[in-house]
Design a protein. Structure first.
Length: 210
């Protein structure tokens, strides 16, 4: 077991295998069969991937805003490259692809459950007859705005601020600081938006809306 857990890739693969086994067993236990072509078969794993992706994305968002950014001024200058050159670029990779995966699986889940259009129109497409679709729609649009901020504001500015992969070697210190501040402000904006977004996401099914 120690040998398995000492390798991160093998440990993650094992977790996915165990999750698949649990899902297959539960499907047989409660339904007696598995139909790969049916929408109900995909509801559970797609929702699971949506939540898992969201954990990666929002978890790293909170890490940046609650841990890394506040502590950077306390780190000695000679140690800061370990954060900016090694940890931050890797974290940003998982951060932006976590955002992409969360959006992808969220839209797919809404499609499978036949409320994609209703949610994107905040319930207007069905005459505001289902409050849960309005609430989940607000959460979806907040998530889309956050995804946009990650890919088109935070990531491009962080590339320049940290000179990731040495793509912007000619920027001055002041220019890097300006890009870093822009990335920080939009990351902080996403932190603010994440709270009502999460409230809307869980509220649609836990506050009397279905």
């Amino acid at each position: 077991m120690a040998g398995l857990l000492s390798n991160l890739r093998n440990a993650v693969i094992t977790g996915f295998v165990l999750a698949f086994v649990v899902y297959v067993l539960s499907a047989f236990l409660f339904h007696g069969t598995i139909n790969l072509m049916s929408a109900p078969f995909w509801w559970y794993p797609v929702r699971w991937m949506h939540v898992l992706s969201g954990i990666v994305w929002i978890g790293l968002l909170y890490y940046f805003n609650l841990v890394q950014v506040p502590l950077m001024p306390k780190i000695p200058d000679d140690q800061k490259p370990a954060i900016s050159k090694v940890i931050a670029p890797e974290a940003l990779w998982w951060f932006r692809w976590g955002a992409m995966s969360t959006l992808f699986f969220g839209l797919w889940l809404a499609f499978l459950n036949d409320y994609l259009i209703a949610a994107l129109t905040l319930g207007a497409a069905e005459g505001f007859s289902d409050a849960s679709h309005t609430l989940i729609g607000i959460g979806m649009w907040l998530g889309i705005v956050m995804w946009f901020n990650v890919w088109f504001v935070i990531w491009p500015n962080q590339q320049r601020a940290l000179n990731i992969e040495n793509r912007f070697p000619d920027l001055t210190k002041d220019q890097r600081a300006s890009h870093g501040r822009t990335a920080m402000l939009f990351s902080r904006t996403n932190t603010v938006l994440s709270l009502p977004m999460l409230l809307c996401m869980i509220g649609a099914s836990h506050y009397g809306f279905g």
